[in-house]
Design a protein around this ligand. Structure first.
Ligand code: HEM
Length: 319
């Protein structure tokens, strides 16, 4: 097979640099997830997710991150294939190998982490992209539409519901004959009112069912269809995934708890080996600091995985 020729050490350096970036991301991600544990009705975590979902620098960072994950996987697979091609017949070695068990497991742990990521993205990230349905929330301040309020007040004064009010308006406009040049405009206007009445319905139901956060800033438990209704009626309403609720919901399921915890063990093995290995590839791991870097790698992997695990376990226990 003819693979493009890049010196194997250059590939290793790429894997190490990309892996280093991913290690930093994991520490950041695990720390941010701890916000889920605050008993504040999701105020901090939702504010954090809102920032992550709306800030343009973060959006660029997200694309870079996904690109780096893809490159990390490609380079690793490429290294593995070229190594295999270079040595089609395996060395025969009696007795126990003295390779670090993590190094032997790197490829398999990588594949397992990739499979986890596919599931994880379907549960969260793809919801943000709108590829998978989830639960949504919207800022109450984004729903304050003057036109909608005026019509609602008018209907209130007439002691009828907004729906009835629009029906009456529609009947009256139907009696206006076709000669009326404004007929099309009126139809359009009524359609707009209808969509705003649907928004009002959603808001009223949210208040009736107590789906408002304690600070009154968010309406939560919106379905995908409700999110679409809001987006069509009020393009600036910007409903977003309710990750706080979705995370808490997910870890009530024992199967998910077990799957996530298994992943953290696999992630630990992967990171524990990746850390000193990245230093070594970059030539920063000499005999003097080798031991220290190895210990630092262990601590790093423990801290990240324990932070992830704490969220899963404590949410499951309802703490
Ligand atoms: C307790 C465990 C975890 C929870 C609660 C969690 C939660 C989340 C949530 C809510 C998102 C969507 C955030 C957004 O797009 O704004 C997300 C995205 C992501 N997660 Fe996790 N995650 C966990 C563990 C992991 C692990 C172990 C990995 C890697 C092996 C990982 C990798 C990612 C990546 C790459 C993204 C997409 C980038 C981003 O949006 O930040 N997550 N996670």
């Amino acid at each position: 097979m003819n693979l493009p020729k890049i010196h194997s050490i250059s590939k290793k350096i790429c894997v190490a640099l990309l892996g280093g970036f991913l290690l930093i991301f994991l520490l950041f991600h695990a720390s941010a997830n701890l916000l889920v544990l605050r008993h504040d009705d999701g105020a901090w975590y939702s504010a954090f997710c809102h920032f992550m979902g709306t800030n343009y620098i973060v959006k660029v960072f997200e694309i870079v991150l996904l690109g780096f994950i893809a490159l990390h996987i490609c380079f690793t697979a490429w290294l593995w294939i070229t190594n295999r091609l270079a040595r089609p017949v395996r060395y025969h070695k009696d007795g126990k190998s003295n390779t670090h068990p993590g190094s032997k497991l790197m490829m398999w742990s990588g594949i397992l982490i990739f499979s986890f990521l596919v599931m994880h993205f379907c549960q969260f990230y793809f919801v943000k992209l709108g590829w998978v349905k989830g639960e949504y929330m919207v800022k109450t301040e984004n729903l304050q539409d003057e036109e909608m309020m005026q019509w609602a007040q008018l209907a209130d004064q007439m002691e009828i519901s907004l729906d009835e009010f629009i029906n009456q308006l529609e009947e009256r406009s139907a009696t206006l004959t076709d000669e009326n040049e404004d007929a099309a405009e009126t139809e359009e206007y009524i359609a707009r009112l209808r969509s705003k009445a649907a928004v009002l319905d959603i808001v009223q139901r949210a208040y009736a069912e107590d789906n408002i956060t304690k600070d009154g800033k968010w309406i939560r438990h919106l379905t995908y269809d409700e999110r679409q209704t809001l987006r069509e009626a009020l393009p600036d309403s910007d409903p977003e995934p309710d990750f706080y609720y979705m995370v808490r919901q997910l870890f009530h399921n024992p199967i998910m708890v077990i799957l996530y915890l298994i992943t953290f063990v696999v992630l630990f093995i992967h990171m524990r080996h990746a850390f000193p290995s990245a230093f070594q590839t970059l030539g920063l791991n000499n005999y003097k600091y080798g031991k220290a870097i190895d210990i630092l790698g262990q601590i790093y992997a423990w801290v990240v995985c324990l932070m992830f695990a704490a969220v899963v376990i404590l949410v499951y226990l309802g703490l």
